[in-house]
Design a protein around this ligand. Sequence first.
Ligand SMILES: Cc1cc2nc3c(=O)[nH]c(=O)nc-3n(C[C@H](O)[C@H](O)[C@H](O)COP(=O)(O)O)c2cc1C
Length: 205
Amino acid sequence: MATNIQVVFYSMYGHIYTMAEAIAEGARSVEGTTVELLQVPELIPDEVLEQYGAKAARAAFAHVPTATVARLPEADAIIFGTPTRFGNMAAQMRNFLDQTGRLWMQGALVGKVGSVFASTATQHGGQETTITSFHSTLLHQGMIIVGCPYAEQRLLNMDEITGGTPYGATTLAGPDGSRRPSENELAIARYQGARVAKITARLKG
Ligand SMILES: Cc1cc2nc3c(=O)[nH]c(=O)nc-3n(C[C@H](O)[C@H](O)[C@H](O)COP(=O)(O)O)c2cc1C
């Protein structure tokens, strides 16, 4: 029986989307895993996205289908990706999660694996707080949290500026958003995706 993983993300400028693709690649590398990439609905009006220069960036992942709360129970594991907003998850992701009250009442996500990855502009802008505060919601839903331990040795890389935390993969967009996810960060993301897939398969078995 295949292990079904949903990678559910929000991205404004594409960094989290790129990380989501790496997470998905890692998960797919584990035999018997099916992976779906899904994005939560945008809440920002079109003209504001235009002002912020986000419209063009978002076109690059416009093909990714929209996540729905109703379909979350189909997954054995859900890996969530969000950019940081003032040290927390983005409102678009919060809004999506705040529609899972019925699932919470039904216990529909209890026992599923949950994992989180994130992106900030700056090195100390809240990567870890974004992920660990996200975990509270997953714990309320009864999900089993999987992080990204130092067995992934790229977390120890001090040769370059890099994202990557034991709580989950991260990237740094830079203050002006021009930095792209590095190979080190993408490899950590692939590791996290594969780890979630392996642990989920074991739990399902
Ligand atoms: C309203 C707002 C708040 C933000 N807050 C933070 C923050 O607290 N720390 C930080 O480092 N970056 C912050 N950023 C930068 C975003 O995290 C950055 O644009 C994002 O990680 C890029 O990911 P994306 O390309 O997937 O949208 C903020 C951006 C916006 C628009």
